[in-house]
Design a protein around this ligand. Structure first.
Ligand code: HEC
Ligand code: HEC
Length: 423
Protein backbone atom coordinates (compact mmCIF):
# COMPACT_ATOMS: atom_id res chain seq x y z
CA UNK A 1 0.00 0.00 0.00
CA UNK A 2 2.68 2.43 0.62
CA UNK A 3 4.73 3.84 -2.08
CA UNK A 4 8.29 2.89 -2.31
CA UNK A 5 10.79 5.20 -0.71
CA UNK A 6 8.09 6.28 1.64
CA UNK A 7 10.59 7.54 4.11
CA UNK A 8 12.69 9.54 1.82
CA UNK A 9 13.86 12.56 3.59
CA UNK A 10 12.68 11.56 6.93
CA UNK A 11 14.47 8.54 7.84
CA UNK A 12 16.50 8.71 10.71
CA UNK A 13 19.33 6.69 10.69
CA UNK A 14 22.38 7.97 9.70
CA UNK A 15 25.67 8.05 8.70
CA UNK A 16 27.11 11.16 7.75
CA UNK A 17 29.91 11.11 9.99
CA UNK A 18 30.55 7.61 9.52
CA UNK A 19 32.39 8.23 6.57
CA UNK A 20 35.09 9.61 8.36
CA UNK A 21 37.70 7.19 8.76
CA UNK A 22 40.97 7.07 7.26
CA UNK A 23 42.84 8.36 4.48
CA UNK A 24 43.82 7.50 1.16
CA UNK A 25 46.37 5.05 1.89
CA UNK A 26 46.48 1.49 1.57
CA UNK A 27 42.89 0.98 0.70
CA UNK A 28 42.38 -1.13 -2.28
CA UNK A 29 44.20 -4.06 -0.89
CA UNK A 30 41.17 -6.20 -0.98
CA UNK A 31 39.70 -5.18 2.31
CA UNK A 32 36.86 -3.14 1.05
CA UNK A 33 33.58 -4.94 1.48
CA UNK A 34 35.56 -7.10 3.80
CA UNK A 35 33.50 -10.01 4.99
CA UNK A 36 35.56 -11.94 7.40
CA UNK A 37 34.00 -15.18 6.43
CA UNK A 38 33.50 -14.55 2.79
CA UNK A 39 30.52 -13.77 0.63
CA UNK A 40 28.50 -10.62 0.54
CA UNK A 41 26.21 -9.89 3.44
CA UNK A 42 23.21 -10.57 1.27
CA UNK A 43 24.47 -13.95 0.23
CA UNK A 44 25.46 -14.78 3.73
CA UNK A 45 22.11 -13.86 5.09
CA UNK A 46 19.91 -15.51 2.58
CA UNK A 47 20.37 -19.05 3.73
CA UNK A 48 21.24 -19.45 7.37
CA UNK A 49 21.25 -23.15 8.12
CA UNK A 50 18.50 -23.62 10.68
CA UNK A 51 20.03 -26.82 11.93
CA UNK A 52 23.38 -25.17 12.51
CA UNK A 53 23.01 -22.50 15.17
CA UNK A 54 26.67 -21.55 14.96
CA UNK A 55 26.31 -20.87 11.27
CA UNK A 56 23.13 -18.88 11.85
CA UNK A 57 24.81 -16.81 14.53
CA UNK A 58 27.77 -16.11 12.27
CA UNK A 59 25.45 -15.17 9.40
CA UNK A 60 23.53 -12.95 11.80
CA UNK A 61 26.73 -11.24 12.92
CA UNK A 62 27.54 -10.33 9.33
CA UNK A 63 24.02 -9.02 8.77
CA UNK A 64 24.12 -6.99 11.99
CA UNK A 65 27.45 -5.42 11.05
CA UNK A 66 27.36 -5.11 7.29
CA UNK A 67 23.88 -5.51 5.79
CA UNK A 68 22.02 -2.42 4.60
CA UNK A 69 18.96 -4.28 3.26
CA UNK A 70 19.22 -1.97 0.25
CA UNK A 71 18.78 1.17 2.37
CA UNK A 72 21.11 3.12 0.07
CA UNK A 73 17.81 4.07 -1.55
CA UNK A 74 17.21 6.21 1.51
CA UNK A 75 20.70 7.34 2.54
CA UNK A 76 22.09 7.90 -0.92
CA UNK A 77 19.23 8.49 -3.37
CA UNK A 78 16.97 10.44 -1.02
CA UNK A 79 19.19 11.97 1.67
CA UNK A 80 22.35 12.29 -0.49
CA UNK A 81 24.58 11.53 2.46
CA UNK A 82 27.30 10.28 0.10
CA UNK A 83 27.73 13.85 -1.14
CA UNK A 84 27.83 15.21 2.39
CA UNK A 85 30.42 12.67 3.43
CA UNK A 86 32.75 13.07 0.51
CA UNK A 87 32.67 16.85 0.70
CA UNK A 88 32.61 17.65 4.34
CA UNK A 89 33.09 14.76 6.72
CA UNK A 90 36.70 14.21 7.69
CA UNK A 91 37.50 11.51 10.26
CA UNK A 92 37.85 14.02 13.07
CA UNK A 93 34.36 15.29 12.41
CA UNK A 94 33.04 11.77 12.13
CA UNK A 95 34.55 10.76 15.45
CA UNK A 96 33.22 13.93 17.06
CA UNK A 97 29.64 12.99 16.22
CA UNK A 98 30.24 9.53 17.67
CA UNK A 99 31.00 7.40 14.64
CA UNK A 100 33.38 4.57 15.51
CA UNK A 101 36.22 2.98 13.59
CA UNK A 102 36.87 -0.76 13.60
CA UNK A 103 40.61 -0.99 14.21
CA UNK A 104 40.65 -4.62 13.14
CA UNK A 105 39.63 -3.60 9.61
CA UNK A 106 42.67 -1.36 9.25
CA UNK A 107 45.71 -2.71 7.41
CA UNK A 108 49.07 -2.18 9.11
CA UNK A 109 50.01 0.62 6.72
CA UNK A 110 46.92 2.58 7.70
CA UNK A 111 47.52 2.05 11.39
CA UNK A 112 51.06 3.32 10.93
CA UNK A 113 49.86 6.28 8.87
CA UNK A 114 47.39 7.32 11.54
CA UNK A 115 50.04 6.95 14.22
CA UNK A 116 52.69 8.97 12.43
CA UNK A 117 50.23 11.54 11.11
CA UNK A 118 50.88 10.84 7.44
CA UNK A 119 47.23 9.93 7.04
CA UNK A 120 45.37 13.16 7.81
CA UNK A 121 42.32 12.77 9.98
CA UNK A 122 41.25 16.20 8.81
CA UNK A 123 40.65 15.23 5.19
CA UNK A 124 37.33 13.96 3.88
CA UNK A 125 39.32 11.75 1.52
CA UNK A 126 40.50 9.82 4.54
CA UNK A 127 36.91 9.15 5.41
CA UNK A 128 36.26 7.74 1.98
CA UNK A 129 39.34 5.54 2.37
CA UNK A 130 38.04 4.24 5.69
CA UNK A 131 34.69 3.49 4.13
CA UNK A 132 36.47 1.64 1.37
CA UNK A 133 38.12 -0.49 4.04
CA UNK A 134 34.70 -1.18 5.61
CA UNK A 135 36.13 0.25 8.81
CA UNK A 136 33.42 2.75 9.78
CA UNK A 137 31.11 0.92 12.18
CA UNK A 138 27.54 0.90 10.90
CA UNK A 139 28.25 2.55 7.55
CA UNK A 140 28.52 0.67 4.31
CA UNK A 141 30.06 2.67 1.47
CA UNK A 142 30.71 1.84 -2.15
CA UNK A 143 33.83 3.51 -3.45
CA UNK A 144 34.56 3.65 -7.17
CA UNK A 145 37.32 5.18 -9.21
CA UNK A 146 36.02 8.31 -10.93
CA UNK A 147 38.50 10.35 -12.98
CA UNK A 148 41.29 8.40 -11.37
CA UNK A 149 40.14 9.20 -7.84
CA UNK A 150 38.46 7.09 -5.17
CA UNK A 151 34.92 8.42 -4.96
CA UNK A 152 32.11 7.47 -2.61
CA UNK A 153 29.16 6.67 -4.85
CA UNK A 154 26.72 4.90 -2.49
CA UNK A 155 26.34 4.75 1.25
CA UNK A 156 23.94 2.91 3.53
CA UNK A 157 23.64 2.13 7.23
CA UNK A 158 23.54 -1.09 9.24
CA UNK A 159 22.28 -2.12 12.69
CA UNK A 160 25.78 -1.64 14.07
CA UNK A 161 25.50 2.12 13.61
CA UNK A 162 23.43 2.50 16.76
CA UNK A 163 23.92 -0.84 18.52
CA UNK A 164 27.70 -1.30 18.39
CA UNK A 165 30.58 0.69 19.75
CA UNK A 166 34.31 0.00 20.04
CA UNK A 167 36.62 -0.54 23.01
CA UNK A 168 38.83 2.49 22.24
CA UNK A 169 41.88 0.21 22.37
CA UNK A 170 43.64 2.03 19.53
CA UNK A 171 42.47 5.59 20.22
CA UNK A 172 39.26 7.23 21.39
CA UNK A 173 36.58 6.04 18.97
CA UNK A 174 38.90 3.52 17.31
CA UNK A 175 39.15 -0.05 18.56
CA UNK A 176 37.59 -3.49 18.52
CA UNK A 177 33.87 -3.82 17.92
CA UNK A 178 31.53 -4.34 20.88
CA UNK A 179 28.35 -5.57 19.21
CA UNK A 180 25.14 -5.02 21.12
CA UNK A 181 26.57 -2.15 23.17
CA UNK A 182 24.57 0.99 22.45
CA UNK A 183 26.55 3.80 20.90
CA UNK A 184 25.78 6.52 23.41
CA UNK A 185 28.30 8.87 21.78
CA UNK A 186 26.49 8.81 18.47
CA UNK A 187 24.60 11.94 17.52
CA UNK A 188 22.45 10.35 14.86
CA UNK A 189 20.20 13.37 14.61
CA UNK A 190 23.10 15.74 13.96
CA UNK A 191 24.35 13.41 11.24
CA UNK A 192 20.97 13.16 9.52
CA UNK A 193 20.51 16.91 9.81
CA UNK A 194 23.46 17.34 7.42
CA UNK A 195 21.34 16.01 4.57
CA UNK A 196 20.53 18.63 1.96
CA UNK A 197 17.19 16.90 1.34
CA UNK A 198 15.49 17.85 4.61
CA UNK A 199 13.18 20.73 5.36
CA UNK A 200 14.22 23.37 7.88
CA UNK A 201 11.65 21.99 10.30
CA UNK A 202 13.00 18.45 9.98
CA UNK A 203 16.55 19.66 10.48
CA UNK A 204 15.53 21.45 13.66
CA UNK A 205 14.00 18.25 15.05
CA UNK A 206 16.99 16.06 14.16
CA UNK A 207 19.40 18.63 15.56
CA UNK A 208 17.53 18.68 18.87
CA UNK A 209 18.13 15.05 19.86
CA UNK A 210 21.73 14.98 21.04
CA UNK A 211 24.14 12.13 21.62
CA UNK A 212 22.91 8.61 22.25
CA UNK A 213 19.31 9.44 21.41
CA UNK A 214 17.10 8.68 18.47
CA UNK A 215 13.36 8.83 17.86
CA UNK A 216 12.36 5.68 15.98
CA UNK A 217 8.81 6.93 15.44
CA UNK A 218 9.23 10.57 14.42
CA UNK A 219 9.22 9.85 10.70
CA UNK A 220 6.01 7.85 11.13
CA UNK A 221 3.90 9.96 13.49
CA UNK A 222 5.58 13.36 13.16
CA UNK A 223 5.90 13.64 16.94
CA UNK A 224 9.21 14.33 18.61
CA UNK A 225 10.44 12.51 21.71
CA UNK A 226 13.84 10.85 21.25
CA UNK A 227 14.64 7.60 23.06
CA UNK A 228 17.89 6.51 24.57
CA UNK A 229 19.54 4.01 22.18
CA UNK A 230 19.24 0.71 24.10
CA UNK A 231 21.56 -2.29 24.22
CA UNK A 232 20.83 -5.16 21.85
CA UNK A 233 22.33 -7.68 24.32
CA UNK A 234 20.80 -9.56 27.24
CA UNK A 235 17.48 -10.22 25.51
CA UNK A 236 17.44 -14.04 25.55
CA UNK A 237 14.25 -15.34 27.15
CA UNK A 238 12.46 -11.98 26.96
CA UNK A 239 9.37 -12.04 24.77
CA UNK A 240 8.49 -8.39 24.86
CA UNK A 241 10.77 -6.29 22.72
CA UNK A 242 11.31 -2.51 22.94
CA UNK A 243 10.60 -0.39 26.00
CA UNK A 244 6.92 -0.58 25.22
CA UNK A 245 6.96 -4.31 24.51
CA UNK A 246 5.59 -3.86 21.00
CA UNK A 247 6.89 -7.16 19.64
CA UNK A 248 7.00 -10.69 21.03
CA UNK A 249 10.34 -11.34 19.41
CA UNK A 250 13.34 -9.33 18.28
CA UNK A 251 12.59 -10.00 14.63
CA UNK A 252 9.38 -7.97 14.88
CA UNK A 253 11.29 -4.83 15.79
CA UNK A 254 14.18 -5.58 13.45
CA UNK A 255 11.70 -5.59 10.56
CA UNK A 256 10.25 -2.31 11.84
CA UNK A 257 13.61 -0.58 12.06
CA UNK A 258 15.02 -2.15 8.93
CA UNK A 259 12.11 -0.95 6.81
CA UNK A 260 10.75 2.20 8.44
CA UNK A 261 13.95 3.70 9.88
CA UNK A 262 16.89 2.38 7.89
CA UNK A 263 14.89 2.43 4.67
CA UNK A 264 15.69 -1.16 3.76
CA UNK A 265 13.71 -2.91 1.05
CA UNK A 266 10.74 -4.86 2.32
CA UNK A 267 7.48 -4.33 4.14
CA UNK A 268 6.43 -3.58 7.71
CA UNK A 269 2.81 -3.31 8.69
CA UNK A 270 1.27 -2.83 12.15
CA UNK A 271 -2.48 -2.35 12.53
CA UNK A 272 -2.13 -1.18 16.14
CA UNK A 273 -0.31 1.99 15.11
CA UNK A 274 -1.37 2.19 11.48
CA UNK A 275 2.23 2.07 10.30
CA UNK A 276 2.39 0.42 6.89
CA UNK A 277 5.54 0.97 4.89
CA UNK A 278 6.84 -0.76 1.78
CA UNK A 279 10.21 0.12 0.32
CA UNK A 280 11.28 -1.11 -3.08
CA UNK A 281 9.79 -3.87 -5.19
CA UNK A 282 11.93 -6.52 -3.59
CA UNK A 283 12.33 -7.91 -0.06
CA UNK A 284 15.89 -7.78 1.24
CA UNK A 285 14.93 -8.22 4.89
CA UNK A 286 12.57 -11.14 5.59
CA UNK A 287 15.01 -13.93 4.79
CA UNK A 288 17.63 -12.40 7.11
CA UNK A 289 15.52 -11.96 10.21
CA UNK A 290 15.99 -15.44 11.71
CA UNK A 291 19.80 -15.27 11.59
CA UNK A 292 19.81 -11.66 12.74
CA UNK A 293 17.69 -12.60 15.73
CA UNK A 294 19.83 -15.64 16.52
CA UNK A 295 22.87 -13.38 16.65
CA UNK A 296 21.27 -10.90 19.02
CA UNK A 297 20.05 -13.70 21.28
CA UNK A 298 23.65 -14.90 21.48
CA UNK A 299 24.82 -11.57 22.90
CA UNK A 300 25.00 -11.80 26.69
CA UNK A 301 24.89 -8.69 28.84
CA UNK A 302 28.42 -7.72 29.92
CA UNK A 303 29.51 -8.45 33.50
CA UNK A 304 30.45 -5.49 35.68
CA UNK A 305 34.16 -4.66 35.59
CA UNK A 306 36.16 -5.87 38.60
CA UNK A 307 36.14 -3.33 41.39
CA UNK A 308 33.32 -1.27 39.87
CA UNK A 309 30.99 -1.73 42.85
CA UNK A 310 31.11 -2.25 46.60
CA UNK A 311 30.18 -5.89 47.24
CA UNK A 312 29.10 -5.40 50.84
CA UNK A 313 26.85 -2.48 49.93
CA UNK A 314 25.48 -4.47 46.97
CA UNK A 315 24.56 -7.28 49.37
CA UNK A 316 22.60 -4.86 51.55
CA UNK A 317 21.10 -3.36 48.39
CA UNK A 318 19.85 -6.77 47.25
CA UNK A 319 17.98 -7.22 50.51
CA UNK A 320 16.33 -3.83 50.01
CA UNK A 321 15.61 -4.55 46.30
CA UNK A 322 13.90 -7.81 47.28
CA UNK A 323 12.26 -6.31 50.37
CA UNK A 324 11.56 -2.80 51.58
CA UNK A 325 12.09 -1.10 48.19
CA UNK A 326 9.70 -3.49 46.43
CA UNK A 327 11.68 -3.59 43.19
CA UNK A 328 11.42 -7.35 42.76
CA UNK A 329 7.65 -7.11 42.32
CA UNK A 330 8.37 -6.12 38.72
CA UNK A 331 12.10 -6.76 38.30
CA UNK A 332 11.94 -10.50 39.11
CA UNK A 333 13.32 -13.63 37.48
CA UNK A 334 16.62 -14.28 35.74
CA UNK A 335 16.43 -11.19 33.53
CA UNK A 336 14.96 -9.01 36.28
CA UNK A 337 11.72 -8.36 34.41
CA UNK A 338 8.09 -9.45 34.45
CA UNK A 339 7.89 -8.66 30.73
CA UNK A 340 6.69 -12.11 29.75
CA UNK A 341 3.60 -11.84 31.92
CA UNK A 342 2.55 -8.18 31.91
CA UNK A 343 3.27 -4.61 30.89
CA UNK A 344 2.76 -1.45 32.96
CA UNK A 345 0.68 1.65 32.33
CA UNK A 346 2.40 5.04 32.12
CA UNK A 347 0.84 5.89 35.50
CA UNK A 348 2.77 3.02 37.10
CA UNK A 349 6.19 4.04 35.82
CA UNK A 350 8.37 6.70 37.40
CA UNK A 351 9.77 7.94 34.08
CA UNK A 352 6.52 9.58 32.99
CA UNK A 353 5.25 12.22 32.65
CA UNK A 354 7.74 13.19 29.99
CA UNK A 355 9.54 16.51 30.04
CA UNK A 356 7.44 19.57 29.23
CA UNK A 357 6.20 19.50 25.66
CA UNK A 358 7.31 15.92 24.94
CA UNK A 359 4.54 13.44 24.06
CA UNK A 360 4.18 10.29 26.16
CA UNK A 361 6.31 7.69 24.41
CA UNK A 362 3.93 4.91 25.38
CA UNK A 363 1.06 6.77 23.72
CA UNK A 364 2.90 6.51 20.40
CA UNK A 365 3.52 2.77 20.65
CA UNK A 366 1.51 -0.33 19.79
CA UNK A 367 0.87 -1.32 23.42
CA UNK A 368 0.59 2.14 25.03
CA UNK A 369 2.36 0.62 28.05
CA UNK A 370 5.91 0.04 29.28
CA UNK A 371 7.88 -3.13 29.71
CA UNK A 372 9.79 -3.53 32.97
CA UNK A 373 13.38 -2.98 31.86
CA UNK A 374 15.68 -6.01 32.11
CA UNK A 375 18.59 -5.13 34.42
CA UNK A 376 21.50 -7.41 33.50
CA UNK A 377 24.40 -5.22 32.39
CA UNK A 378 22.56 -2.07 33.46
CA UNK A 379 25.86 -0.66 34.81
CA UNK A 380 27.00 -0.32 31.20
CA UNK A 381 24.45 2.02 29.68
CA UNK A 382 23.57 5.25 31.46
CA UNK A 383 21.44 7.35 31.19
CA UNK A 384 18.40 5.37 32.33
CA UNK A 385 14.70 5.00 31.51
CA UNK A 386 13.33 5.21 27.97
CA UNK A 387 13.79 8.97 27.87
CA UNK A 388 17.15 9.04 29.64
CA UNK A 389 15.67 11.10 32.46
CA UNK A 390 17.92 9.53 35.14
CA UNK A 391 21.64 10.16 34.52
CA UNK A 392 22.90 7.57 37.02
CA UNK A 393 21.70 4.51 38.92
CA UNK A 394 21.68 6.60 42.11
CA UNK A 395 19.31 8.98 40.33
CA UNK A 396 17.10 6.03 39.34
CA UNK A 397 16.74 4.87 42.94
CA UNK A 398 16.25 8.44 44.18
CA UNK A 399 13.45 8.84 41.65
CA UNK A 400 11.73 5.63 42.80
CA UNK A 401 12.18 6.66 46.42
CA UNK A 402 10.42 9.97 45.82
CA UNK A 403 7.72 8.90 43.38
CA UNK A 404 6.80 5.70 45.23
CA UNK A 405 7.36 7.07 48.76
CA UNK A 406 9.63 4.16 49.68
CA UNK A 407 11.13 5.84 52.72
CA UNK A 408 14.71 4.82 51.86
CA UNK A 409 17.53 6.67 53.64
CA UNK A 410 20.41 8.14 51.65
CA UNK A 411 22.56 5.17 52.68
CA UNK A 412 19.88 2.74 51.54
CA UNK A 413 19.54 4.50 48.19
CA UNK A 414 23.27 4.14 47.74
CA UNK A 415 23.13 0.44 48.65
CA UNK A 416 20.41 -0.29 46.08
CA UNK A 417 22.43 1.58 43.46
CA UNK A 418 25.48 -0.55 44.30
CA UNK A 419 23.37 -3.66 43.85
CA UNK A 420 22.22 -2.45 40.42
CA UNK A 421 25.86 -1.89 39.47
CA UNK A 422 26.62 -5.51 40.33
CA UNK A 423 24.08 -7.06 37.95
C1 HEC B 1 19.43 4.98 14.14
C2 HEC B 1 19.67 4.16 15.29
C3 HEC B 1 19.19 2.73 15.24
C4 HEC B 1 19.43 1.79 14.27
C5 HEC B 1 20.16 1.96 12.95
C6 HEC B 1 18.87 0.57 14.75
N1 HEC B 1 18.31 0.76 15.98
FE1 HEC B 1 17.63 -0.66 17.20
N2 HEC B 1 16.88 0.73 18.45
C7 HEC B 1 17.12 2.08 18.37
C8 HEC B 1 16.31 2.78 19.36
C9 HEC B 1 16.27 4.27 19.63
C10 HEC B 1 15.58 1.79 20.04
C11 HEC B 1 14.57 1.98 21.20
C12 HEC B 1 13.16 1.86 20.68
C13 HEC B 1 12.14 1.54 21.75
O1 HEC B 1 12.44 0.82 22.70
O2 HEC B 1 10.99 1.97 21.58
C14 HEC B 1 15.98 0.51 19.46
C15 HEC B 1 15.53 -0.73 19.89
C16 HEC B 1 16.09 -1.93 19.50
C17 HEC B 1 15.87 -3.19 20.13
C18 HEC B 1 14.98 -3.45 21.35
C19 HEC B 1 15.82 -3.69 22.59
C20 HEC B 1 14.97 -4.08 23.78
O3 HEC B 1 15.42 -3.86 24.92
O4 HEC B 1 13.87 -4.63 23.62
C21 HEC B 1 16.58 -4.13 19.43
C22 HEC B 1 16.68 -5.62 19.72
C23 HEC B 1 17.22 -3.44 18.33
N3 HEC B 1 16.92 -2.10 18.42
C24 HEC B 1 18.00 -4.04 17.35
C25 HEC B 1 18.31 -3.41 16.14
C26 HEC B 1 18.73 -4.10 14.93
C27 HEC B 1 18.96 -5.58 14.78
C28 HEC B 1 18.91 -3.13 13.98
C29 HEC B 1 19.20 -3.33 12.51
C30 HEC B 1 18.11 -4.02 11.78
C31 HEC B 1 18.65 -1.86 14.62
N4 HEC B 1 18.25 -2.08 15.91
C32 HEC B 1 18.86 -0.62 14.03
C33 HEC B 1 17.99 2.69 17.46
C34 HEC B 1 18.46 2.07 16.31
C1 HEC C 1 5.62 -1.33 38.90
C2 HEC C 1 6.75 -2.10 38.38
C3 HEC C 1 8.13 -1.62 38.75
C4 HEC C 1 8.69 -1.51 40.00
C5 HEC C 1 8.04 -1.79 41.36
C6 HEC C 1 10.04 -1.06 39.80
N1 HEC C 1 10.31 -0.92 38.47
FE1 HEC C 1 12.07 -0.34 37.66
N2 HEC C 1 11.18 -0.27 35.84
C7 HEC C 1 9.89 -0.60 35.56
C8 HEC C 1 9.57 -0.21 34.22
C9 HEC C 1 8.23 -0.38 33.54
C10 HEC C 1 10.75 0.37 33.69
C11 HEC C 1 10.94 0.97 32.30
C12 HEC C 1 10.63 2.45 32.40
C13 HEC C 1 11.18 3.24 31.27
O1 HEC C 1 11.85 2.69 30.38
O2 HEC C 1 10.98 4.46 31.25
C14 HEC C 1 11.73 0.32 34.74
C15 HEC C 1 13.04 0.79 34.60
C16 HEC C 1 14.01 0.67 35.58
C17 HEC C 1 15.41 0.99 35.38
C18 HEC C 1 16.04 1.57 34.12
C19 HEC C 1 16.69 0.52 33.29
C20 HEC C 1 17.19 1.04 31.97
O3 HEC C 1 17.64 0.22 31.15
O4 HEC C 1 17.16 2.27 31.72
C21 HEC C 1 16.05 0.69 36.55
C22 HEC C 1 17.54 0.80 36.81
C23 HEC C 1 15.05 0.23 37.50
N3 HEC C 1 13.82 0.23 36.85
C24 HEC C 1 15.30 -0.13 38.78
C25 HEC C 1 14.28 -0.30 39.73
C26 HEC C 1 14.49 -0.31 41.16
C27 HEC C 1 15.82 -0.14 41.84
C28 HEC C 1 13.26 -0.48 41.74
C29 HEC C 1 12.93 -0.50 43.19
C30 HEC C 1 13.25 0.73 43.89
C31 HEC C 1 12.30 -0.60 40.65
N4 HEC C 1 12.94 -0.46 39.46
C32 HEC C 1 10.94 -0.81 40.82
C33 HEC C 1 9.00 -1.21 36.43
C34 HEC C 1 9.16 -1.25 37.80
Amino acid sequence: MSKSETNAGVCKCLPAAMAALLAGCGAGDGLQEAQPTGGTPDEAAASPAPSAPEAAIEAGRRIFRFDTFGDETQWTDALRMHEVIRKAVDPKTALSVGLKVDAEALPAAVVKGIQDGSIPLTSAETTVALLKLDAVVGLDGHVETVDGKDTLTRVGVTCALCHSTVDDSFAPGIGKRLDGWPNRDLDVGAIIALSPALTTKQKAVYSSWGKGRYDPRYNQDDRNGPQVIPPAYGLAGIHRITVTGDGEDIAYWNRYVGVTQMGGHGRFTEPRTGVDVTNGEDDLISSKLPALQAYQLSLAAPSPPAGSFDAAAAGRGKALFDGKAGCVACHGGPAFTDANTRLHTPAEVVSEPEAEGVPSYASRSATRQYRTAPLRGVWQHPPYFHNGSAPTLEAVVTTYNGRKSLGLSAAEISDVAQYLKSL
